[in-house]
Design a protein around this ligand. Sequence first.
Ligand SMILES: NC(=O)c1ccc[n+]([C@@H]2O[C@H](COP(=O)([O-])OP(=O)(O)OC[C@H]3O[C@@H](n4cnc5c(N)ncnc54)[C@H](OP(=O)(O)O)[C@@H]3O)[C@@H](O)[C@H]2O)c1
Length: 479
Amino acid sequence: MYSAIASFAAAQQRAPQKQQHHRSHHRQEEQRRRRLCCRFLYFRSSTTSKSRRSCGGFGEEAHIASRCDDDDGKTESDEEEVSEEERTTRNNNKKKSVCIVGGCGRIGSLITRTVLNDPERRYERVHVLTRNVNKCIAQNDTMKEENEEEGRLTFGECDVTNFTAEQLLESVKGYDEVVACFGAQRISKPFDWITNAENVDERHPKSVNFWGVRKLALAAKEGGCERFVRVTGMSVGYSAFDFIAVLLNNVLSMTIKFQLLGELAIREACVANDETKSSKRMSYTIVRPGNLTDWEGIDNNSDDEKNSGASSSSSTKSSRSSGGANNKKNNNNERVVVLTHGANHIDASKVSREDVAHIIFVALQNRKATENVTISIAGANKATAGMRSAFRWDPARGAYWETQAIDDANVQILSKWSDLDVRKFQPDEENDLKEKAHQFWAWSFLLSAFGVAYLFLRAIFSLVRFFMLSLTSSTFAAV
Ligand SMILES: NC(=O)c1ccc[n+]([C@@H]2O[C@H](COP(=O)([O-])OP(=O)(O)OC[C@H]3O[C@@H](n4cnc5c(N)ncnc54)[C@H](OP(=O)(O)O)[C@@H]3O)[C@@H](O)[C@H]2O)c1
């Protein structure tokens, strides 16, 4: 059956869109039935072999188990009952547009490439926003050339901190989806608290990850965006007392605190849908990856043949493997991706940017399942996947960390993308996204560290003084 679908869809991909309007009724019916089959198939590009084309795409197929719904939330059985007119409208409406803010960053480039290489070509407009358009175009010249003719890929300038609300609105207006994958990376300076850096430095996480995100989310909603996707970090989901969160806050200018505030601002913009009874409705998906690497994704590293195929075809439209990142082959082929709800604590380990870009792409194609959802993504070795550490104490052993298997139904462990089940993404509870005492614990840690350092130095000083005194007194005694 796949080969029949394959030949049909490959032809469909080659045909100009306008030709579809002239197809016969019978042809449309056939197309609809085949789309139903294809809807659940997401095709990864790794080879140009025509014999493996299917559902409008080239290459190896990865079956994404979906909950049989698309953006309108209808099930397959519902689909049978809708009128032909509605079906045609739905098909016509299928073409989407996306604006990727930070689309020239490492993860942003991969998202851009993944969206452009969608075998079903669901995106007719992909707009990349960056602070430096010329640099961005130079970086993505191949991608630009490939899509220039059709005008699918465009670039625009945007700085979320310097742009006014009106400028941001102008930048993101009219896009169905906005992906915000930018972020500040600013090392703390010793006198930040004296210089009031968080309010005066425009590269501070407060300006970029909080105010910038807030302004952007409001502009996106005003501009008619339906889905706002934000990439933050896994430790945003950790407790404010967690050592990693405390450390990152202290080293990176309270970045975790401001990433969380940015998330809350997005949620507020979306929740305000109901309160303001606005005709403009926007929902969000927040993605919290662990430590990002430029390794190839799980599907690539599981098969050497696929790797070579993917990299050799990187200059073709069908490849999504290289993106803007300098992909390196993962030395450890035994890695998996652990996906869970953002409120769960899983130990973050390195996860490939390519995998995160892929998750974002899948989330965008399954809007219903990923509506107002926060997803954490970590990498792990196969042997330890799905584990988490819990703090335990017992009188015999004292305090210790216990490794537990995550039994939450919300956790997915993927060694290939065909394992992905979007039904497991759960919407956020009211208290999942709430402010935490980051500032308190960051200051407590700093003060404790200073306290310990002070006591340590005092002890050394006392010891030195003691030896000096005893040396002096014994010298005097000898004299
Ligand atoms: N690195 C990690 O291990 C890690 C882990 C978890 C989460 N994250 C988060 O993941 C996101 C992306 O990571 P990445 O590795 O792709 O980072 P990246 O390569 O450094 O890209 C970040 C992009 O943000 C854009 N940007 C910075 N300030 C901006 C501003 N004021 N206005 C508009 N755009 C701005 C920059 O784009 P232009 O220079 O083109 O304007 C830059 O390319 C960040 O939010 C980061 O915090 C990173």
